[in-house]
Write a protein that binds this ligand. Sequence first.
Ligand SMILES: Nc1ncnc2c1ncn2[C@@H]1O[C@H](COP(=O)(O)OP(=O)(O)OP(=O)(O)O)[C@@H](O)[C@H]1O
Ligand SMILES: [Mg+2]
Length: 412
Amino acid sequence: MTWFAIGLAVLASGLAIALFWQLREFRKLKRWASQPRLTDPPEGDGAWGEVFNFLHRHRRATLKRRRELARLMVRSRRGAQALPYGVAVLDADYRLDWCNDAARDHLGLDPERDRKQAIVNVVRAPEFVEYLRAADFSEPVRLGAPGSERTLSLQIVSFGVEEHLLLSQDVTGAARVEAMRRDFVANVSHELRTPLTVLAGFLETIQDLKLDASRVRDYVGMMAPQAERMKRLIDDLLTLSSLEHAPPPPVAERIALRPLLRRVRSEAEGLSGGKHRITLESAGEYDLLGAESEISSAFVNLVSNAVRYTPAGGEIRLRWNSTDAGAEFSVEDTGIGIDPEHLPRLTERFYRVDRGRSRETGGSGLGLSIVKHALARHQATLAIDSTPGKGSRFTARFPAARLSPVRQKVEG
Ligand SMILES: Nc1ncnc2c1ncn2[C@@H]1O[C@H](COP(=O)(O)OP(=O)(O)OP(=O)(O)O)[C@@H](O)[C@H]1O
Ligand SMILES: [Mg+2]
């Protein structure tokens, strides 16, 4: 009996110890499980040890996966930041989740403030609201950037399960080029239509009326200047186009400046027909390096303007001055002058201060844009000073790199 009691007592105390150990291990697990991210799982022996080891491995693998995911997210956000487009991630209801800096700049989005805001409440341009409503995202939509002169192109791209990207791109440059092209075609058509209408009118008159030979000759005589005007316009357009597309002017080809300046002066005298006093001064010992035809065309355009916009009796001074720091060619007249408000636009194609007056003298407004292009190709600039009613001075400035000492004639 006594042995039996002793056995029971030993068993009971063994069980109590085992239970106590189990409870201790269980408490360890419970303590760790309340904050599993902060610490490693506890250490242990036996079956508990195996459980703890398993948890340990599992925790390591989870942490690793999480770190990889975080790295991946940082990388993809960095990638989206680096894109030359604005990118905004929208949910199924077109609410903002995230956007990169370009989208912030283009659309005025703030990823914190506007998070979970419906995108139409932030980008309120009517064109965009209509684009979202129509839900046809096959083409982008164009709109002006809020509070600026910029033009933006926006497009929705869907991905995943009903998620969307809003891509934005600054297309101001392309929009400007398109507008310029439209204006250019309209201007050319307009300039050609006027002389063509006059020519067609004369032709109809000659055809319909029975005119004697001398009247026909009169009419043909009146038609010739119109045809000449159309030809000049087309010549100028071709000159401009070749200036835009030709290879850069040679840097080693010398233009003999003195004979060229004399030719320019003779042209001016021819155009003036003796109505102006024209002088030429030249100083310095340098010639220009470049394309002679382009420089000649630029200088002739400047002097022909001086002749055309200076009333009879006026004076026109041509000056060439070269030093080792650079050179200047200037054309100064005592003509009608130009109001300061026109100066910044004077070299634009087809820009004329007084369309009527310029057209009377056969001008189409391409002369100064040819000058500007030809000079720019020689790294030269054009400066314009003018006082209305007093006169103007157009100065072409060449850098030293475009100069070469005048070649002395070898005597003998
Ligand atoms: N020396 C000048 N004095 C006064 N106005 C000038 C002078 N030169 C140019 N302008 C003004 O600048 C405008 C543009 O000149 P530009 O040479 O480009 O065109 P245009 O002379 O009208 O025509 P084109 O040269 O094509 O025959 C002229 O229409 C004229 O109003
Ligand atoms: Mg001109």
